[in-house]
Design a protein around this ligand. Structure first.
Ligand code: AMP
Ligand code: FE
Ligand code: FE
Ligand code: ZN
Length: 288
């Protein structure tokens, strides 16, 4: 069993990188990927623990992408397009350089977003958000959401997004985004591969998702995340078949965030996740 989607304190998870590796080992995983948003900063720590406990650590990250323009007649993508990258090590490289830029832009966005929330009278300041994140580099909207809940400006995390943080809401401040095909190209140039994360988050129905997946395959993505914690057996098999039709690897992962997404476990997701080791071998075969 493997888990190809986890978040640590480096981005919006509650557990440090090494702890996630320990949880993976305890769950019986032979390998796990650390996929923090825009960052490989947890990979070294996770790798050290992985070597000690006998788990293979796949270095990775997750990148929130620009939504591709719909083909004629298709609806606009209302949801999100996230791309997972595997086998890219921290250090120098084309993708690594782009991640530095993305983090820089995120930092500017975070300052603007905090100023916006002050102006809007939410009572939330940048310091409150920083207290939620612990580390400045990892701040994301989930940390703003928690600060908004604590300040009484939202009932819960979802409400914080619905009222303030989601695209189109008063607190929304856009940040730089890459196209999925840019991520695929940069990943390949850096020795890695790219995969579409949680495809149903795009909000597209099967027919339009199929067209998106076809164009992403054309753009160099090598897989789609078919086996995902919140997906039903039917949804998983629809996505598996979609992957097969486009010669893509059907990958899987928990999207573990520690206590920030309760009820989710490394390796087993909500209890029924069981991604076979062969998926990692298939991904490895797609490396350039
Ligand atoms: P950021 O990269 O800082 O813009 O934050 C994006 C993250 O916010 C995503 O990876 C999700 O974890 C979370 N997120 C985005 N939209 C929502 C939503 N409507 N409800 C809850 N969490 C969300
Ligand atoms: Fe996340
Ligand atoms: Fe995601
Ligand atoms: Zn994720």
């Amino acid at each position: 069993m493997i888990d190809l989607h986890t978040h640590s304190t480096v981005s919006d998870g509650s557990e440090p990188p090494g702890r996630i590796v320990e949880l993976a080992a305890a769950a019986g995983c032979t390998a796990m990927a650390l996929t923090d948003h825009d960052s490989l900063a947890g990979v070294d720590e996770a790798g050290r623990v992985a070597a000690a406990v006998g788990v293979r650590l796949v270095p990775g990250c997750e990148v929130s992408c620009r939504k591709p323009a719909p083909p004629p007649g298709a609806p606009r993508i209302e949801g999100s397009v996230h791309v997972l990258v595997y086998f890219v090590e921290p250090g120098e490289g084309p993708l690594q350089e782009e991640l530095v830029k993305l983090r820089g832009d995120r930092a500017v966005r975070n300052q603007e977003l905090a100023a916006r929330l002050v102006d809007l009278g939410t009572g939330v300041t940048y310091e409150d958000v920083l207290a939620e994140a612990g580390d400045e580099g990892g701040i994301g909207r989930p940390h703003f959401a928690r600060a908004l809940v604590k300040a009484g400006a939202a009932e819960d995390i979802d409400d914080a997004f619905d009222r303030w943080l989601a695209d189109g809401r008063p607190g929304y401040v856009p940040k730089a985004r890459l196209d999925p095909s840019d991520v695929a190209r940069l990943a390949r140039q850096s020795g890695g591969v790219a995969v579409l994360a949680h495809p149903l988050s795009t909000g597209l129905g099967p027919r339009h998702l199929e067209r998106l997946v076809a164009s992403l395959a054309e753009g160099g993505l090598v897989g789609i995340e078919a086996v995902y914690s919140s997906y039903t057996p039917d949804q998983r098999s629809i996505l598996r078949r979609m992957a097969a039709r486009h010669d893509l690897v059907a990958t899987g992962g928990s999207d573990f965030h520690g206590s920030f997404k309760p009820g989710l476990f490394v390796g087993t997701g909500r209890g029924d996740l069981n991604v076979p080791d062969e998926v990692l071998e298939s991904l490895e075969e797609r490396r350039g």
